[in-house]
Design a protein. Structure first.
Length: 434
């Protein structure tokens, strides 16, 4: 049964991956057709074609390897300075440029002169190239909101899980109380496991972060605490201690290894599945976007540890970069967890949502061959054309993105090497969930 559920989780992730890719390419396709650009192919996947059907100018199909997708547009790059395709050069760098230019015109048909990508105004090209990643962002937001508002997420609540018997600085790594340690305010007040705190110092709250902030803001003060104990409200009185506690950042998350002096009550909060309202969901998603940007920027610094995890005896960190194979494996593990099926589904949707958020951010990097590279090229063309108009200089014409193809090949080569490294690590030393 466990093996079957593991396979089910992989299948669900694979379907989510295919939908995400198809949705991404649909953004490019729909906007390209909107602006009259001819699109010969819309394909989900790579490798041999499993199924295809031609409708109008476009062949729609599915390929065997579901790790990507593409659309082909006519005239992605402008012709050479003489208006024609140039002869193949013996220079490898120049050859890359000419190969890219040749591929952009290889399916040119009579009448296509007015349907070329590069002939569209820069703002239209920006929309076409941005539309793909933007579709991933839309899907990520939709899935996040579905989980946050429909299923709920695991978070700390105002219910007491356990009560500390003494005051110990959180920076001290010990579990037992000593005779010299003062009793915790929670224990002295009679707080018990299972109590749900409904108000603190006269302030009603059912939000853990709000309650935590109230406790921290009242060191050395006598406060009244109202708890719900088995359906009955009980009022307790405690003198909040001053103690070393974990520091919080602006989003309410604990900062590992950093401590501040603040109010301390002395209990552990129980976790539970809590549905979020729209405002809290937007805040949560904003924090995740910031985390994703930080993670993307930190990838180069994580490569040595990733290499050691793949080829040495290094530990695979939970925040280590993970590829499609690793994500599919995590998707399988989700459905083997001993949690309710609704939470298994919620976690699977979160995984697909996170994948789409990563696709959006990665594709928006201003580097060819990524979508962001074409967006940057169109914006640069618009800037220099407008500058020429203001300065009353001749129109410089379309910006030849093909000249950046040598850089694109280098970027693609680095990305392929990184993908192979992640793949090996995902196979021999995968990220696991508990």
């Amino acid at each position: 049964m466990t093996t079957l559920m593991f396979i089910l989780g992989i299948v669900i992730f694979a379907v989510g991956l295919l939908v995400s890719i198809a949705w991404h390419e649909l953004g490019h396709l729909s906007t390209a057709k909107l602006f009259g650009i001819r699109v010969p192919q819309y394909m989900v996947g790579f490798g041999p074609t499993i199924f295809s059907r031609k409708k109008g100018d476009t062949e729609y199909g599915i390929k065997a390897i579901p790790f990507g997708g593409y659309i082909r547009m006519i005239g992605m790059f402008p012709p050479g300075p003489d208006g024609r395709l140039e002869a193949r050069s013996t220079s490898p760098w120049r050859g890359m440029i000419e190969d890219a230019r040749s591929a952009a015109f290889e399916e040119l048909r009579p009448g296509d002169e007015t349907r070329l990508f590069y002939t569209r105004k820069p703002w239209k090209r920006v929309i076409v190239m941005f539309a793909g990643p933007f579709m991933n962002l839309i899907l990520a937001v939709a899935l996040f909101l579905t989980v946050l508002m429909g299923f709920g997420i695991s978070q700390q609540t105002n219910t007491v899980s356990s009560v500390s018997q003494c005051v110990i600085a959180q920076s001290q790594n010990r579990d037992d109380c000593r005779k010299s340690d003062p009793a915790s305010p929670a224990a002295a007040a009679g707080l018990k496991a299972g109590d749900k705190i409904v108000s603190f110092a006269g302030v009603k709250t059912d939000d853990w972060n709000r309650l935590s902030d109230l406790i921290r803001a009242n060191p050395d003060k006598e406060v009244a605490i109202v708890v719900d104990r088995k359906g009955e409200e009980v009022t307790l009185h405690a003198k909040i201690a001053s103690n070393q506690v974990a520091k919080k950042d602006s989003s309410g998350q604990y900062v590992q290894g950093e401590y501040v002096t603040a109010g301390f009550l002395g209990f552990s909060a129980a976790t539970g599945i809590v549905k979020q309202d729209f405002g809290d969901s937007v805040t949560w998603m904003g924090d995740r976007v910031a985390d994703a940007v930080d993670s993307l920027a930190a990838i180069p610094s994580k490569i040595p540890a990733l290499w050691n995890a793949a080829f040495g005896d290094g530990v695979r960190e939970p925040d280590s970069p993970m590829g499609v194979v690793g994500a599919a494996r995590v998707g399988g593990e989700i459905f083997t967890l001993d949690i309710p099926p609704t939470q298994q589904l919620a976690m699977a949707l979160m995984l697909v949502a996170g994948f789409n958020l990563s696709l959006f951010l990665f594709n928006m990097l201003p580097l060819l061959p990524l979508d962001g590279g074409h967006v940057a090229g169109a914006l640069w063309e618009s800037l220099r054309r407008n500058a020429a108009k203001v300065l009353r200089r001749p129109d410089p014409g379309p910006f030849d993105v093909a000249k950046l193809m040598p850089v694109a090949y280098v970027v693609a080569g680095i990305f392929i090497c990184f993908t192979i490294l992640v793949l090996i690590a995902d196979v021999v030393n995968p990220v696991r969930i508990s």
